[in-house]
Design a binder for this molecule. Structure first.
Ligand SMILES: Nc1nc2c(c(=O)[nH]1)N[C@H]1C(S)=C(S)[C@@H](COP(=O)(O)O)O[C@H]1N2
Ligand SMILES: [Mo]
Length: 215
């Protein structure tokens, strides 16, 4: 994707945020419906990113986990596979309006990762960094939910490069922009650090049920 195309995509999404586009004004606080307000169901899997899709071979992939933790680590692909395997099925909801049900993820749970690195009491947010330079912030208690993982497979096959392989985060209760692709670093911090979209008009948390699209 060319730089001008990317700039256009980013400025279009920023303009949507300014205009409050797609908001229905009908929150579903109690999750009465499986499909959150303003979303439509798809059966394909759209690709969304900044147009840079890093090619990270498994043998070269590293995940650094650092900041406010007792045990900082750097995991290789083999180190990841040595961890207890975790799998879960969840729905994904993208702020650009599509949702996809029943995604079967396999990888390592964030709860296991937290037991290894042991966040300090001061840690309040996790900043997810991608190999493309993308960042997004997730509250530590949201990151620690029992359906969150560092995923290497989707519906039984390795996650493709375009969808963030070899390893991406999956934080399913929040809009999909929180689920960083091509995961490179998890930085535990005491003070919040809004990421790429959070500093471009998007909500700091992003709950699909109350349409926290823009903030
Ligand atoms: N590293 C990285 N992660 C990212 C993005 C990105 O540009 N770079 N885009 C986010 C956005 S806005 C969305 S909607 C989802 C899209 O994931 P998909 O392409 O697998 O559908 O990835 C999120 N994670
Ligand atoms: Mo997105």
């Amino acid at each position: 994707m060319s730089d001008s195309f990317k700039d256009k995509l980013v400025s279009t999404k920023q303009a949507w945020a300014r205009a409050g586009r797609l908001l229905t004004g009908a929150p579903d606080v109690d999750h009465q419906n499986r499909l959150p307000p303003g979303q439509r169901l798809v059966t394909n899997w759209p690709v969304l990113d900044l147009g840079i899709q890093p090619d990270v071979p498994r043998a070269e992939w590293r995940l650094a986990v650092d900041g406010a933790v007792v045990n900082p680590i750097v995991w290789s692909w083999n180190n990841l596979l040595e961890q207890p395997p975790f799998e879960d099925v969840s729905d994904i909801h993208c702020v650009t309006q599509w949702s996809r049900y029943n995604n079967h993820w396999q990888g390592v749970s964030t709860q296991h990762l937290l037991s290894v690195v042991q966040p300090l009491p001061s840690a309040a947010y996790v900043i997810l960094h991608g190999y493309d330079g993308y960042t997004t912030n997730v509250r530590l208690d949201h990151f620690a939910e029992d359906d969150c993982l560092l995923a290497h497979s989707h519906d039984g096959v390795p996650i493709s490069r375009e969808h963030g392989g070899p390893v991406r985060a999956i934080i399913p209760r929040w809009y999909l922009w929180k689920s960083a692709k091509w995961l490179k670093r998890l930085e535990f911090v005491p003070a919040d650090k809004p990421g790429f979209w959070e500093t471009r008009g998007y909500h700091n948390e992003g709950d699909p049920w109350t349409e926290q699209r823009y903030g």
